[in-house]
Design a protein around this ligand. Structure first.
Ligand SMILES: [Zn+2]
Length: 298
């Protein structure tokens, strides 16, 4: 870091790359810079950040880190690593990413790391590994797609009954997106609207976006840019269902919604409506369900 280089006798600009103020040492860059504080806040680890700022040496910080629970440990390490990359990108002239987009990446990376290191990822993460038939309620799977280069994307949802039969599905195109979270929120909203249209009172929503799941659970996103859309979705759910459970599932359990979101993204070719819905049990869903490499779709 710049401050370290200066101590070693180099004549460098020691200001923080991100806020242009302060000494850029480790404690400023990772814990005290106003920009990084936002990120800690949005990923729900503000308390952890405070704990770290009270430690006076790197050694104490490492000791503190290794005694955290594994999922927190991973999340902290991923945050620090993402933030270091962010700082380097900004130094090279890139635009700083919004805290909610960055925390989306952090949640996703952390989930992936945890899944990799665990002999039984599903058990470890407290999530279902294969798509399960809902018991008495209908299950909505939703997914959003986002293409950073164009700001375009798509939404997709599929609603299944307790037999696992698809009873309603939809896909549509999105434009002028700011980030992936926006597409996820819209997909979830379209899915819940579909369910409400059918008069379903009890639903389970499954998403592969941890950040969407978490933001529906608490109010940590009220201040983020996506806050308005999250509130709209929350209000819709509150008004239309007497029971709605939101679960996080890995992408492997969300393949159909994922394929539909991909279909939505390319949906506005000539003569194609901006969105499509199918309300039968024989839905023409692209046959990605049997593909094991679903990540290759987008
Ligand atoms: Zn700073």
């Amino acid at each position: 870091m710049r401050r370290n280089l200066e101590r070693r006798g180099m004549d460098v600009d020691t200001r923080c790359v991100l806020c242009n103020r302060g000494w850029e040492d480790g404690s400023h860059l990772f814990f005290n810079c106003k920009h990084v504080k936002r990120v800690w806040q949005v990923v729900g680890m503000e308390e952890k950040r405070k704990e770290f700022t009270e430690l006076t040496s790197s050694l104490l910080m490492i000791q503190h880190l290794v005694q955290l629970e594994e999922d927190l440990q991973v999340k902290v390490v991923v945050l620090l690593w993402q933030w270091w990359n962010e700082r380097n990108n900004v130094r090279e002239g890139a635009k700083q990413r919004a805290a909610d987009l960055l925390s989306y990446e952090i949640e996703r990376n952390s989930a992936e790391f945890l899944a990799m290191g665990s002999p039984n990822p599903a058990e470890h993460m407290g999530i279902v590994q294969n798509w399960r038939k809902p018991e008495e309620v209908l299950k909505i799977n939703s997914d959003g797609a986002f293409v950073a280069q164009t700001g375009e994307g798509g939404w997709g949802f599929v609603i299944r009954d307790k037999e696992g039969e698809v009873i309603y599905a939809g896909a549509g195109k999105l434009e002028h997106l700011r980030d992936a979270l926006q597409a996820e929120i819209r997909a979830c909203l379209e899915g819940t609207k579909g369910a409400a249209e059918m008069g379903l009172g009890r639903v389970v929503v499954e998403t592969d976006s941890l950040i969407l799941k978490n933001s529906l659970k608490d109010n940590s996103y009220r201040l983020a840019e996506a806050g308005g859309a999250i509130l709209e979705l929350k209000n819709f759910i509150r008004e239309h269902f007497f029971s709605c459970v939101v679960n996080y599932v890995p992408r492997s359990c969300n393949k159909v919604a994922h394929a539909l979101a991909a279909k939505g993204t390319v949906g506005t070719e000539r003569n194609t409506p901006p969105h499509e819905r199918w309300k039968t049990s024989a839905v023409a869903v692209p046959d990605h369900r049997r593909r094991s490499h679903s990540r290759a779709i987008i």
